[in-house]
Write a protein that binds this ligand. Structure first.
Ligand SMILES: [Zn+2]
Length: 395
């Protein structure tokens, strides 16, 4: 069985060992050693990468018997002496995220009594789910800030982090946050005197090395509260990205980041007012144009006044124009707005005209690839502007 060197020293980056077993999994070579500092995917923490002699380690996992296997892109044989080297930047990042997770879990328990389950350490963010006794799945901003304060104050105090395998008597006396899931070889991690739980992962040797913890979202997930967070360099990079984004937006608006929300809200209000005024002007123009449309209108064979116009506006403008036109008797309005294959189309008629607008629009627009229909006196649809000419020929 592999001796797991990271249990005693999470800072061991190079080691020597002997290949004890080789095999193939999913077409890839795998090797088990007598001893290894490589962390295998477990407890929500991903595997280490690195080198075994000249072979790159691309995955590390534990089999059902507890043996640690290294997936390699080179060749190793049983009995080979190997020098292992783990990718420290990746490992230390995982240690920071994992250490931060313990601190958040401890803070949640200390402040609310909520129990955390299921660490997921992702490539960008990590998450844990919180179960509250009253079934609540929400946390307000004030609670999230209290958790962040609790954690970051204890990071700055730089408490020691200790990992060890207690005997049964000692284990029974330890004030663990929750009961261990394993019965034998229980490994304990304690952070200062405020957090103690069973864990087989890798952690920094003091809380100060976690650097900074920021909760980036708190949202319900599967009946629990999911806290998503970043720690260490990830938190620093997140701060820098947000700082840059906030200043870029603030500079564009000639303000400061702390005034951004206020400035954007005021801009939105001004934009709404401007749109409102523009729509009112467009409507006014269409209504005044409607008079000239009537003047140049044609007559159908049955003697109805036929207004066919392509209008600069939207469906709301078309409705205004149509209702102004058909207020007088004996009129038919065939109106379009927009360009291309999906113009807004509106057909309407005066009450005394006995022609079905819905049917007329459907018959004219369908052969042209558009769609539309409606009531006998009023119909709307979308299609090419040629629909107007097609409908005119049907009258
Ligand atoms: Zn841990």
């Amino acid at each position: 069985m592999t001796e797991r060197l990271y249990y005693d020293n999470a800072y061991l980056t190079e080691f020597d060992g002997v290949v004890e077993k080789v095999s193939v999994r999913n077409g890839k070579r795998i090797a088990a050693l007598n001893r290894s500092a490589f962390y295998p995917t477990s407890g929500g923490q991903p595997f280490d990468t690195g080198m075994l002699n000249g072979a790159r380690v691309t995955d590390v996992f534990v089999d059902a018997d507890g043996e640690v296997w290294h997936e390699i892109d080179g060749e190793l044989s049983v009995g080979d002496r190997v020098h292992g080297k783990i990718d420290w930047a990746r490992r230390f990042d995982h240690m920071q995220q994992h250490g931060g997770e313990h601190m958040i879990a401890g803070a949640v328990y200390a402040l609310t009594g909520g129990m955390t389950i299921g660490l997921h350490l992702g490539a960008e963010t990590s998450s844990i789910d919180v179960e509250f006794a009253d079934g609540t799945t929400h946390a307000d901003d004030a609670l999230i800030r209290r958790i962040e304060d609790y954690v970051n104050i204890r990071i700055q105090q730089d408490h020691p982090v200790r990992c060890w395998f207690p005997d049964a008597d000692e284990l029974a006396r330890l004030p663990l946050r929750k009961a261990p899931t394993v019965k034998e070889h229980v490994r304990i991690v304690a952070m200062g005197d405020f957090e103690m739980v069973a864990c087989g992962g890798t952690h920094p040797s003091s809380t100060g090395q976690i650097g900074l913890v920021k909760i980036v979202s708190a949202a319900p997930a599967r009946g629990k509260l999911r806290l998503t967070f970043v720690c260490g360099m990830r938190a620093y990079q997140d701060y820098r990205a947000n700082y840059d984004a906030a200043w870029a937006a603030a500079n564009a608006l000639s303000t400061r980041p702390e005034k951004l929300a206020e400035t954007v809200l005021s801009l939105q209000n001004r934009l709404k007012e401007a749109e409102h005024a523009l729509n009112a002007l467009r409507r006014e123009k269409i209504l005044s144009d409607a008079h000239s449309w009537v003047e140049r209108a044609a007559h159908t064979q049955e003697g109805h006044l036929l207004i066919t116009e392509h209008v600069d506006g939207d469906m709301a403008a078309l409705k205004d124009a149509a209702s102004a036109i058909i207020r007088e008797p004996n009129r038919i309005a065939l109106l379009a707005a927009g360009t291309g294959e999906k113009c807004s189309l509106l057909f309407a008629r005066s009450d005394d005209v006995d022609i079905h607008m819905g049917k007329l629009l459907a018959d004219a627009v369908k052969p042209l690839g558009g769609k539309g229909g409606g009531r006998p006196d009023f119909a709307q649809g979308s299609g090419p502007a040629e629909t107007l000419e097609a409908a005119k020929k049907m009258l």
